[in-house]
Design a protein around this ligand. Structure first.
Ligand SMILES: C[S@@+](CC[C@H](N)C(=O)[O-])C[C@H]1O[C@@H](n2cnc3c(N)ncnc32)[C@H](O)[C@@H]1O
Length: 225
Protein backbone atom coordinates (compact mmCIF):
# COMPACT_ATOMS: atom_id res chain seq x y z
CA UNK A 1 0.00 0.00 0.00
CA UNK A 2 1.06 3.57 -0.63
CA UNK A 3 -0.18 6.67 1.21
CA UNK A 4 0.69 10.04 -0.31
CA UNK A 5 -0.03 13.04 1.89
CA UNK A 6 -0.35 16.55 0.49
CA UNK A 7 0.19 19.25 3.09
CA UNK A 8 1.71 22.68 3.69
CA UNK A 9 3.36 21.30 6.87
CA UNK A 10 5.14 18.05 5.91
CA UNK A 11 7.45 18.24 8.94
CA UNK A 12 4.49 17.87 11.29
CA UNK A 13 4.31 14.21 10.25
CA UNK A 14 7.84 13.25 11.33
CA UNK A 15 7.02 11.91 14.80
CA UNK A 16 4.07 9.89 13.52
CA UNK A 17 5.48 8.33 10.37
CA UNK A 18 8.98 7.81 11.80
CA UNK A 19 8.11 6.14 15.11
CA UNK A 20 6.62 2.96 16.46
CA UNK A 21 4.35 0.66 14.46
CA UNK A 22 3.93 3.02 11.49
CA UNK A 23 7.73 3.23 11.15
CA UNK A 24 8.13 -0.54 11.42
CA UNK A 25 5.36 -1.09 8.85
CA UNK A 26 7.39 0.96 6.37
CA UNK A 27 10.61 -0.86 7.26
CA UNK A 28 8.85 -4.19 6.67
CA UNK A 29 7.72 -2.92 3.24
CA UNK A 30 4.01 -3.13 4.16
CA UNK A 31 3.35 0.53 3.36
CA UNK A 32 5.09 3.45 1.77
CA UNK A 33 4.19 6.87 3.15
CA UNK A 34 5.30 9.94 1.23
CA UNK A 35 4.81 13.62 2.03
CA UNK A 36 4.38 16.34 -0.55
CA UNK A 37 4.73 20.03 0.22
CA UNK A 38 1.79 21.71 -1.48
CA UNK A 39 3.89 24.85 -1.98
CA UNK A 40 6.07 22.92 -4.46
CA UNK A 41 3.03 22.67 -6.76
CA UNK A 42 1.80 26.25 -6.81
CA UNK A 43 2.20 28.34 -9.96
CA UNK A 44 2.59 31.42 -7.69
CA UNK A 45 6.14 32.77 -7.62
CA UNK A 46 5.78 33.61 -3.90
CA UNK A 47 4.69 30.00 -3.19
CA UNK A 48 1.25 31.18 -2.10
CA UNK A 49 -1.39 28.43 -1.91
CA UNK A 50 -4.40 30.47 -0.74
CA UNK A 51 -6.46 33.48 -1.72
CA UNK A 52 -9.37 35.63 -0.54
CA UNK A 53 -12.87 34.19 -0.80
CA UNK A 54 -15.11 35.33 -3.65
CA UNK A 55 -18.15 37.04 -2.16
CA UNK A 56 -16.13 38.38 0.76
CA UNK A 57 -16.11 37.11 4.29
CA UNK A 58 -13.48 36.07 6.76
CA UNK A 59 -10.37 33.98 6.23
CA UNK A 60 -8.58 32.60 3.21
CA UNK A 61 -9.41 29.70 0.92
CA UNK A 62 -6.94 27.15 -0.45
CA UNK A 63 -6.58 27.74 -4.18
CA UNK A 64 -7.50 24.95 -6.57
CA UNK A 65 -4.41 25.02 -8.85
CA UNK A 66 -1.75 23.81 -6.38
CA UNK A 67 -4.01 20.98 -5.16
CA UNK A 68 -4.92 19.88 -8.71
CA UNK A 69 -1.21 19.97 -9.67
CA UNK A 70 -0.13 17.99 -6.61
CA UNK A 71 -2.83 15.32 -6.93
CA UNK A 72 -2.21 14.90 -10.66
CA UNK A 73 1.52 14.55 -10.00
CA UNK A 74 1.12 11.74 -7.45
CA UNK A 75 -1.94 9.96 -8.87
CA UNK A 76 -0.69 6.79 -10.52
CA UNK A 77 -3.90 5.09 -11.69
CA UNK A 78 -7.63 5.64 -11.68
CA UNK A 79 -7.72 3.17 -8.77
CA UNK A 80 -6.03 5.67 -6.43
CA UNK A 81 -8.49 7.02 -3.87
CA UNK A 82 -8.31 10.76 -3.20
CA UNK A 83 -9.36 11.64 0.34
CA UNK A 84 -9.95 15.15 1.63
CA UNK A 85 -9.73 15.58 5.40
CA UNK A 86 -12.69 17.78 6.20
CA UNK A 87 -14.96 18.40 9.21
CA UNK A 88 -17.94 18.12 6.84
CA UNK A 89 -16.97 14.62 5.69
CA UNK A 90 -18.09 11.15 6.83
CA UNK A 91 -17.13 10.57 10.43
CA UNK A 92 -14.21 8.13 10.66
CA UNK A 93 -15.11 4.75 12.12
CA UNK A 94 -13.31 1.43 12.28
CA UNK A 95 -15.50 0.24 9.38
CA UNK A 96 -14.36 3.13 7.22
CA UNK A 97 -10.72 2.55 8.22
CA UNK A 98 -11.09 -1.10 7.16
CA UNK A 99 -12.59 -0.10 3.83
CA UNK A 100 -9.78 2.38 3.14
CA UNK A 101 -7.11 -0.15 4.21
CA UNK A 102 -8.08 -2.26 1.16
CA UNK A 103 -6.90 0.37 -1.32
CA UNK A 104 -3.43 0.08 -2.88
CA UNK A 105 -3.02 3.84 -3.10
CA UNK A 106 -4.49 6.65 -1.00
CA UNK A 107 -3.88 10.34 -1.55
CA UNK A 108 -4.70 12.45 1.51
CA UNK A 109 -5.27 16.20 1.14
CA UNK A 110 -4.85 18.34 4.26
CA UNK A 111 -6.86 21.56 4.19
CA UNK A 112 -6.18 24.81 6.06
CA UNK A 113 -7.68 28.24 6.63
CA UNK A 114 -11.40 28.21 5.66
CA UNK A 115 -10.83 25.00 3.73
CA UNK A 116 -10.33 24.18 0.05
CA UNK A 117 -11.92 25.71 -3.05
CA UNK A 118 -15.15 23.83 -3.74
CA UNK A 119 -13.94 22.72 -7.19
CA UNK A 120 -11.38 20.48 -5.49
CA UNK A 121 -14.24 18.51 -3.95
CA UNK A 122 -16.20 18.54 -7.20
CA UNK A 123 -13.45 17.27 -9.46
CA UNK A 124 -10.69 15.60 -7.50
CA UNK A 125 -11.97 14.14 -4.27
CA UNK A 126 -13.44 10.63 -3.93
CA UNK A 127 -14.06 10.64 -0.16
CA UNK A 128 -14.29 13.32 2.51
CA UNK A 129 -13.37 12.14 5.99
CA UNK A 130 -13.89 13.90 9.31
CA UNK A 131 -12.28 12.69 12.54
CA UNK A 132 -15.09 14.14 14.65
CA UNK A 133 -17.53 16.95 15.17
CA UNK A 134 -15.04 19.68 16.01
CA UNK A 135 -12.94 22.02 13.94
CA UNK A 136 -9.15 21.82 13.91
CA UNK A 137 -6.80 24.37 12.36
CA UNK A 138 -5.65 22.00 9.64
CA UNK A 139 -5.98 18.56 8.10
CA UNK A 140 -2.58 17.31 9.32
CA UNK A 141 -3.72 15.80 12.63
CA UNK A 142 -6.75 14.17 10.93
CA UNK A 143 -4.44 12.75 8.22
CA UNK A 144 -2.17 11.31 10.93
CA UNK A 145 -5.15 9.76 12.74
CA UNK A 146 -6.42 8.24 9.51
CA UNK A 147 -2.96 6.96 8.51
CA UNK A 148 -2.42 5.31 11.90
CA UNK A 149 -5.89 3.73 11.90
CA UNK A 150 -5.29 2.30 8.41
CA UNK A 151 -1.67 1.17 8.70
CA UNK A 152 -2.30 -1.05 11.75
CA UNK A 153 -4.98 -2.87 9.72
CA UNK A 154 -2.62 -3.86 6.87
CA UNK A 155 -2.00 -7.61 7.12
CA UNK A 156 1.36 -8.35 8.74
CA UNK A 157 1.79 -4.94 10.38
CA UNK A 158 0.79 -5.97 13.90
CA UNK A 159 2.90 -8.69 15.48
CA UNK A 160 -0.15 -10.70 16.58
CA UNK A 161 -2.93 -10.69 13.99
CA UNK A 162 -5.41 -11.75 16.70
CA UNK A 163 -5.09 -8.23 18.15
CA UNK A 164 -7.32 -7.12 15.28
CA UNK A 165 -9.96 -9.81 15.84
CA UNK A 166 -10.43 -9.03 19.51
CA UNK A 167 -10.58 -5.28 19.89
CA UNK A 168 -13.14 -2.55 20.27
CA UNK A 169 -15.71 -2.17 17.45
CA UNK A 170 -15.28 -5.77 16.25
CA UNK A 171 -18.74 -7.35 16.22
CA UNK A 172 -20.15 -3.97 17.36
CA UNK A 173 -18.69 -4.44 20.84
CA UNK A 174 -16.16 -2.64 23.01
CA UNK A 175 -13.32 -4.83 24.19
CA UNK A 176 -13.29 -6.60 27.59
CA UNK A 177 -11.05 -5.23 30.40
CA UNK A 178 -7.36 -6.17 30.54
CA UNK A 179 -5.13 -6.94 33.51
CA UNK A 180 -1.45 -7.77 33.87
CA UNK A 181 0.91 -8.53 36.77
CA UNK A 182 0.76 -8.13 39.73
CA UNK A 183 -2.41 -10.09 40.51
CA UNK A 184 -2.89 -7.90 43.59
CA UNK A 185 -2.04 -4.24 43.14
CA UNK A 186 -2.62 -2.10 46.25
CA UNK A 187 -5.41 -4.47 47.29
CA UNK A 188 -7.08 -4.34 43.86
CA UNK A 189 -7.28 -7.95 42.73
CA UNK A 190 -7.50 -9.38 39.23
CA UNK A 191 -10.77 -11.32 38.70
CA UNK A 192 -9.97 -14.88 39.79
CA UNK A 193 -11.29 -16.42 36.56
CA UNK A 194 -8.33 -14.87 34.69
CA UNK A 195 -5.90 -16.74 36.96
CA UNK A 196 -7.73 -20.06 36.63
CA UNK A 197 -6.19 -21.28 33.37
CA UNK A 198 -9.73 -22.32 32.29
CA UNK A 199 -9.69 -20.86 28.79
CA UNK A 200 -13.24 -21.72 27.90
CA UNK A 201 -14.62 -19.93 30.96
CA UNK A 202 -12.22 -17.04 30.48
CA UNK A 203 -13.66 -16.57 26.98
CA UNK A 204 -17.21 -16.65 28.35
CA UNK A 205 -16.26 -14.08 31.03
CA UNK A 206 -14.63 -11.81 28.47
CA UNK A 207 -17.61 -11.96 26.12
CA UNK A 208 -19.91 -11.07 29.01
CA UNK A 209 -17.70 -8.17 30.11
CA UNK A 210 -17.48 -6.87 26.53
CA UNK A 211 -21.26 -6.92 26.23
CA UNK A 212 -21.83 -5.23 29.63
CA UNK A 213 -19.27 -2.57 28.86
CA UNK A 214 -20.87 -1.84 25.48
CA UNK A 215 -24.36 -1.66 27.02
CA UNK A 216 -23.10 0.81 29.63
CA UNK A 217 -20.87 2.99 27.49
CA UNK A 218 -21.94 2.67 23.87
CA UNK A 219 -25.42 1.16 23.57
CA UNK A 220 -25.62 2.76 20.11
CA UNK A 221 -23.07 0.20 18.84
CA UNK A 222 -25.39 -2.68 19.66
CA UNK A 223 -28.04 -1.23 17.33
CA UNK A 224 -25.63 -1.03 14.38
CA UNK A 225 -25.88 -3.61 11.63
C1 LIG B 1 -10.34 25.46 10.05
S1 LIG B 1 -10.70 24.03 9.12
C2 LIG B 1 -11.93 24.62 8.00
C3 LIG B 1 -13.31 24.52 8.54
C4 LIG B 1 -14.38 24.99 7.58
N1 LIG B 1 -14.31 26.42 7.42
C5 LIG B 1 -15.76 24.59 8.07
O1 LIG B 1 -16.36 25.36 8.82
O2 LIG B 1 -16.24 23.48 7.73
C6 LIG B 1 -9.30 23.85 8.13
C7 LIG B 1 -8.97 22.44 7.67
O3 LIG B 1 -8.73 21.61 8.79
C8 LIG B 1 -9.10 20.29 8.51
N2 LIG B 1 -10.04 19.85 9.55
C9 LIG B 1 -10.49 20.59 10.57
N3 LIG B 1 -11.29 19.89 11.38
C10 LIG B 1 -11.36 18.65 10.87
C11 LIG B 1 -12.02 17.45 11.26
N4 LIG B 1 -12.80 17.40 12.32
N5 LIG B 1 -11.84 16.35 10.50
C12 LIG B 1 -11.07 16.38 9.40
N6 LIG B 1 -10.41 17.49 8.98
C13 LIG B 1 -10.54 18.61 9.70
C14 LIG B 1 -9.69 20.28 7.10
O4 LIG B 1 -8.70 19.84 6.19
C15 LIG B 1 -10.05 21.75 6.89
O5 LIG B 1 -10.01 22.10 5.52
Amino acid sequence: MRIDIITIFPKMFDPVVNESIVKRAQQKGKVKIALYDLRDYTPDKHRKVDDRPFGGGSGMVMSPAPIFNAVNAVKKTSKSLVVLLCPQGKKLTQKIAKKLAKYKHLILICGHYEGVDERVRQELVDEEISIGDYVLTGGELPAMVLTDAIVRLIPGVLGDKNSLNFESFEGNLLEYPHYTRPANFKGLCVPSILLSGDHKNIEIWRNKEALNRTKQRRPDLLKEK
